[in-house]
Design a protein around this ligand. Structure first.
Ligand code: SF4
Length: 199
């Protein structure tokens, strides 16, 4: 089983004690929408819920703005994952966050590729340069498969407050960034409603 295999993976000794998420943290695969971040932060891992640290809460607030009764939170609208599945902490401080190392990204790339192959999402929303690059790579490798599969990939900057400089190169304010996300979520929900208006 996909999430079970990830949860038992110990490929990266640098991730010891391998703080992965349980199966319930992956959200909803049935919508065909996939959300991909860089790596789980400490707060999210501690909460056992993805995207619940300061960066993830910006994404959640954007969906709350939409206020749809069936898609109230990210777990309702997306299957959620990360390029690197374990929480990367500095060795001396288990509650810290660090960027994933290249070797960890490479090691975890097969998990992401497998998620894409199994789920074949119609839309993939990425946050941050690393997620956009790794998703692009995985899709390119999978695309010759039959039947043809061409997901729509929507890329956004990493929503961390520490990434404000990059975010403000594209959006006039953090508020505008959040609104752009809300607009995207509205469109995705409208797409689901159009497929099954009485679901
Ligand atoms: S980061 Fe990925 S490849 Fe490395 S131990 Fe965790 S699940 Fe396995």
């Amino acid at each position: 089983m996909l999430q079970g295999d990830i949860a038992s993976c110990t490929s990266c000794s640098s991730m010891k004690p391998w703080r992965q998420f349980g199966q319930e943290a992956y959200g909803n695969a049935a919508t065909g929408y996939l959300l991909v971040g860089e790596a789980p932060g400490y707060v999210s891992w501690r909460n056992r819920r993805r995207f619940t640290g300061p960066a993830g809460m910006l994404i959640r607030r954007a969906l709350w703005q939409v206020g749809h009764p069936r898609y109230q939170d990210l777990e309702d609208l997306f299957y959620m994952t990360d390029v690197v599945k374990c929480h990367p902490a500095a060795p001396a401080n288990p509650s810290s966050n660090r960027s994933p190392r290249r070797a960890e990204v490479e090691s975890c790339s097969e998990h992401l590729a497998r998620e894409l192959r199994v789920l074949r999402p119609s839309v993939i929303v990425t946050f941050g340069k690393m997620a956009a690059e790794q998703v692009g790579r995985a899709v390119a490798h999978a695309s010759p498969w039959q039947p043809p599969w061409r997901p729509t990939i929507l890329t956004f900057p990493h929503p961390s407050p520490r990434n404000q400089v990059t975010i403000l190169k594209t959006y006039p304010s953090l508020r505008a960034f959040e609104e752009a996300l809300a607009q995207t979520f509205r469109r995705l929900i409208a797409g689901l409603e159009a497929q099954s208006p009485h679901a």
